[in-house]
Design a protein. Structure first.
Lengths: 187, 198
């Protein structure tokens, strides 16, 4: 059940690169068909071929193009090799009977779900006027606004509430909870 | 719940990235004169594209470009198609042992829809989807369960394990090989119901 807990599949760069490949293919095809139909290349293509003929390795335009190509290559390699964060966190699940499940029950919760749970827990605390949360599989960040000037006890209370919510939800390993509070006067 | 082509994407991005990086860095090294000692053509003042017009005027050039374009289209399209998430749903479930004595078949979605409906009856669950993979004798169940923010994920998982799965196994006749449950938390507090007024 590996597919449940996966890292980013890099769909966006794959789609972008394949669209660039298709665009390049269309341009090549169009140029070749135009050459076969009219007997001559596009004037822009002929002029470009003539102008690059005399250009040395160190031509400024060529060096800029080479640098751009190298940077794109490096970005693609980083995209491919960087593992990326898990999009789900594990949830404790009971050991099933063999007559029901021979392997195991694997449960996860989405990181978006963790953030929503954290916001929900924080919102129940008196003194909290607004909450926004974000989460990874390892940590949850709760940003709250409050009309209170003294925020330390509120931050501790919210942290305890969110930790309790994570514990009751069976999320493991327990994510690190960070709480930031900002005072905002109520109008 | 659905399967994406993560491995394929990472492999091709690495290959294409390496090719572009080697081309770009190679050109920059030649431009800086560092490769001049290897070959006179790599001297920084040499013109690497000399004869480009001549190559363009070769009679085989349009055909070569069409072949390269066809290969690019094949590769690009097949890569693009692989981005469509795959369900890998189980084929038609066969409940019979010997077809000569009768045949009992069930489409996998009939079973998975029934399981999803069962899960939706649990407290705090707002929506559920189920997917059966494998076969009738080696079934694997994947559930995507949306719960409201008052729910405890573990309670929902426990309820599925203790109440839903045994009933599903009873219907299927064999235990699951594996079960995956993905919990999604939503702010929606009610299941969507339709009321028709006539």
């Amino acid at each position: 059940m590996k597919a449940l807990r996966h890292r980013p599949a890099r769909v966006l760069p794959a789609v972008l690169v394949s669209i660039v490949m298709l665009a390049l293919a269309a341009a090549l095809l169009w140029a070749a068909i135009a050459r076969l139909a009219t007997g001559q290349w596009w004037s822009q293509l002929s002029r470009a071929a003539q102008s690059v003929e005399q250009a040395p390795w160190a031509a400024p335009g060529a060096m800029v193009a080479a640098a751009v190509v190298a940077i794109i290559g490096l970005l693609l390699i980083i995209w491919a090799l960087a593992p990326g964060a898990f999009t789900t966190a594990r949830v404790a699940s009971p050991e099933p009977e063999d007559a029901v499940v021979r392997g195991g029950v694997h449960a996860v919760i989405t990181t978006g779900g963790l953030a929503t749970l954290a916001s929900g827990a924080a919102h129940q605390i008196d003194g909290v006027s607004g909450v926004r949360s974000s989460a990874t599989a390892k940590s949850v960040l709760v940003s709250l606004t409050t009309p209170l000037r003294s925020r330390d006890s509120l931050v501790a209370e919210v942290r305890a509430a969110v930790e309790e919510r994570m514990r009751r939800s069976g999320v493991f390993p327990a994510p690190k909870i960070r709480v930031r509070a900002h005072t905002k006067e109520m109008s | 719940m659905r399967i994406l082509a993560g491995g394929l994407n990472r492999a091709w991005l690495t290959v294409i990235g390496l090719v572009l990086l080697v081309l770009g860095v190679g050109w920059l090294l030649a431009a800086s004169g560092l490769l001049a000692s290897l070959h006179p053509a790599l001297d920084q003042e040499a013109a690497p594209m000399r004869g480009a017009s001549g190559v363009l005027d070769q009679p085989w050039m349009p055909a070569a470009m069409i072949v390269v374009a066809a290969l690019l289209i094949l590769a690009g399209l097949s890569w693009l198609v692989r981005q469509i998430p795959r369900k890998r749903q189980a084929p038609t479930l066969r409940f019979h042992e010997d077809a000569r004595q009768g045949v009992t078949l069930m489409e996998a979605p009939v079973f998975s829809d029934a399981v999803a409906h069962d899960v939706e009856e649990l407290e705090h669950v707002t929506a559920a989807r189920a997917l059966l993979r494998g076969s009738r004798s080696e079934p694997e169940l994947v559930l995507r369960v949306a719960v409201n923010e008052r729910a405890d994920a573990q309670e929902v998982v426990d309820a599925i394990s203790e109440r839903i799965l045994p009933r599903a196994v009873e219907a299927l006749g064999v235990p699951f090989t594996d079960v995956g449950i993905e919990i999604v938390v939503t702010r929606q507090s009610r299941k969507s119901d339709r009321v028709r007024v006539q």
